[in-house]
Design a protein around this ligand. Structure first.
Ligand code: SF4
Ligand code: MSK
Length: 648
């Protein structure tokens, strides 16, 4: 086993070597054990929706071409795909619902452990949702906002308020004409499950239409609510320094790794860990302090707001436990490997689940209730402190960390690009128009052992910034970029083309902007909407010189994200193809014909360098269409001009 063939990340390579020597199994080993993976599954042509099946379609045309019910490869692949979108949209939107419940509690209760931290954002968001602001106090506005966002999940009539409040009017028109304006968040997900039930829809394009609508209810609905309310409740992020990688674990401190997605628990854990009584307790047990450190998107949530270090991205969760210094791995929901249950049993690490939605064999369950947040946080931290004495063997922490800056948002990006006195998107638009910045790319998503860990993210991002494309990033992709030093402002001089380097150095930003967790992909949508609103780059997001990518994606959430990028008019390249290749019709639709319907399209490309150039080509084609690729001649004044000037 050559660790370099598994991961591009030095800390992970060291831990993989250690795992191999210690006989510890990782996701990479289990992936190899799964090979060869099922070809029918990969191509999307197996169906087990009813018990007349499971059925499969022979992709070579030699065997059966119809399921027992008569379903074709087109129907089966489309049904499978839109069910993936339902899974992803449900995960994001249920996260949004949980934040909305916490928000409601904070608004209604005077003794709640959560309070509104960003009143300015509350007012901005409330105004977007059509709530009266003038002459009203915070509580009244917050209470109305709580009611309106709660109603978005289950409304029975009309369409999402946010779908009319945030996207450019031209985009809303595209959705109306194509018939995919999201009506409510839960309804679109439920309708996918209905439409894909045996004996309902079989027209693959009509099935996809519902997939599109559900993804939009995620990006411009559930995820957007999660982002906006988290900013109001936990404070809007602001550029902040942080350190990244397994080297941020500290052998001398009590290490609590917070892993999963929702900020509700991790934010309070962080606050409580600073209580003097707990710090003293840790010191009394021989530790120098309490180190709260993040993993995956929980990391992104708290590093964006508090600069808390991040231990790693998705494929590093097992490696963190293997360092032997994690007292508690505290998880909520999403992207938590079941393997952590048995792995933590080999170490002193206590795996603690906190959500009734996510219990894991081998884990201790301490249910988190927002109305007793501080009390539960104290209990968990005390367990970690008591566990400090139980470490076994020598700590194996790789001495690898990087520094970076995170905390960019839709609201503060323009502040940085515009400077204190010109806080608007104008400078960004102008720099795109004058060609210093060719365009922007959202590079997001997971890790996947099918690709060398982090290699896809880094190769793609470096190629984009080398070609003057500004990158905004979220999720595990952002963590990969941070670990590689791409979120340091100095990275601009080292990796960027001349134009982008000049812009980044002038305003002091890194060329890769960390905009948050998976649900915060909604920030990328609202940034795009702001660029359109600023003017000069077309009327719709589909006019912009932008592209999206998920170079190491694996989750259903990534499918929903990429689908709402595409449905918002963005060309989006993913590495591992969608499981649709067994249906040439559906593949053609998604990678070509869909553009006529919705303005964006998918592309599949495993080579990150090639994928980056596909994105650059697309960005240049949009610049051509906007007429901004014309080299402006620099006219020097001759004597005749000077005379004319003098006459004036
Ligand atoms: Fe087979 Fe049709 Fe049932 Fe799917 S829904 S398992 S294709 S019979
Ligand atoms: S955590 S969905 S592995 S980005 Fe949001 Fe990372 Fe993907 Fe999970």
């Amino acid at each position: 086993m050559d660790p370099k063939k598994r991961s591009n990340d030095k800390a992970s390579q060291q831990m993989l070597k250690h795992a191999d020597e210690a006989g510890l199994e990782t996701a990479w080993d289990r992936f190899e054990q799964q090979e060869p993976q099922c070809g029918f599954g990969k191509l999307g042509v197996c169906c087990r929706i009813c018990t007349m099946g499971p059925c499969r379609i022979d992709p070579f045309g030699q065997g059966p071409q119809f399921g027992v019910c008569g379903a074709t490869a087109d129907t089966i692949a489309a049904r499978n795909l839109v069910r993936m979108i339902a899974g992803g949209a449900a995960a994001h939107s249920d996260h949004g619902r949980d934040v909305a419940h916490t928000f409601k509690m904070a608004v209604e209760s005077d003794s709640c452990d959560y309070v509104i931290k960003d009143e300015l954002k509350l007012r901005e968001v409330a105004a977007r949702y059509g709530i009266k602001i003038e002459g009203r106090d915070t509580k009244e506005i917050a209470s109305d906002l709580s009611d309106v966002v709660m109603a978005e999940f289950g409304k029975q009539e009309g369409t999402l308020v946010s779908a009319a409040a945030y996207p450019p009017p031209a985009r809303q028109k595209v959705w109306q004409e194509f018939g995919v304006t999201p009506r409510s968040i839960d309804r679109e997900i439920v309708e996918i499950m209905h439409r894909t039930h045996v004996g309902v829809g079989s027209d693959y394009k009509n099935l996809m239409k519902q997939g599109i609508r559900a993804s939009l209810s995620d990006g411009w609905g559930g995820s957007l609510i999660a982002t906006e309310l988290s900013d109001i409740l936990f404070g809007s992020p602001w550029p902040i320094r942080f350190s990244a990688n397994l080297g941020a674990l500290d052998a001398k401190q009590v290490n609590i790794v917070v892993h999963g997605h929702e900020p509700t628990l991790s934010d309070i854990i962080l606050a409580v860990s600073q209580e003097p009584e707990l710090t003293k307790m840790a010191e009394d047990r021989g530790a120098r302090g309490i180190n709260i450190i993040g993993m995956c998107c929980t990391a992104n949530e708290i590093l964006m707001r508090h600069g808390i270090p991040v231990a790693g991205n998705f494929l590093q969760q097992e490696l963190a436990v293997m360092t032997g210094v994690v007292e508690v791995m505290l998880v909520d929901v999403q992207c938590i490997m079941p393997a952590l249950g048995s792995l933590s049993g080999c170490f002193h690490t206590k795996l603690i689940t906190t959500s009734p939605k996510c219990k894991i064999a081998g884990a201790e369950h301490i249910e988190f209730h927002e109305d007793r947040a501080v009390e539960i946080a104290r209990e968990i931290i005390k367990i970690a402190i008591e566990n400090f004495a139980n470490r076994k063997g020598k700590a194996k922490i790789p001495k690898v960390t990087e520094r970076g800056i995170a905390g960019f948002t839709t609201e503060n990006i323009f502040y940085h690009l515009g400077g204190r006195f010109r806080a608007s998107y104008r400078p960004l638009n102008d720099n795109i128009i004058n060609g210093r910045v060719r365009g922007a790319a959202g590079v997001v998503g997971c890790n996947n052992p099918k690709q060398v860990h982090d290699y896809g993210h880094l190769t793609m991002i470096k190629e984009l910034i080398k070609n003057d494309v500004l990158v905004v990033s979220t999720g595990c992709s952002a963590i990969a970029a941070a670990k590689a030093g791409l979120m340091r402002p100095e990275a601009a001089a080292k990796y960027c083309g001349k134009g982008l380097a000049e812009v980044c150095e002038t305003v002091g930003i890194p060329p890769v902007l960390h905009v948050g967790s998976c649900v915060d992909n909604s920030r990328i949508l609202t940034v795009a909407a702001n660029i359109v609103a600023e003017g000069g780059l077309g009327e719709d997001i589909s006019d912009l010189p932008v592209a999206g990518a998920a170079p190491e994606w694996m989750s259903e959430k990534a499918v929903s994200i990429a689908m709402y990028f595409v449905a918002s008019g963005v060309y989006t390249v993913i590495a591992e193809p969608l499981p649709v290749l067994g249906s040439p019709n559906l593949t053609r639709y998604l990678t070509d014909e869909i553009e006529k319907d919705i303005g964006g399209k998918w592309a599949f490309e495993r080579d990150p360098l090639k994928a980056a150039h596909m994105m650059i080509e697309h960005i240049e084609s949009k610049r051509d269409a906007l007429g901004i690729n014309v080299e402006k001649e620099r006219k020097l004044y001759d004597m005749e001009d000077r005379r004319a000037l003098a006459l004036d």
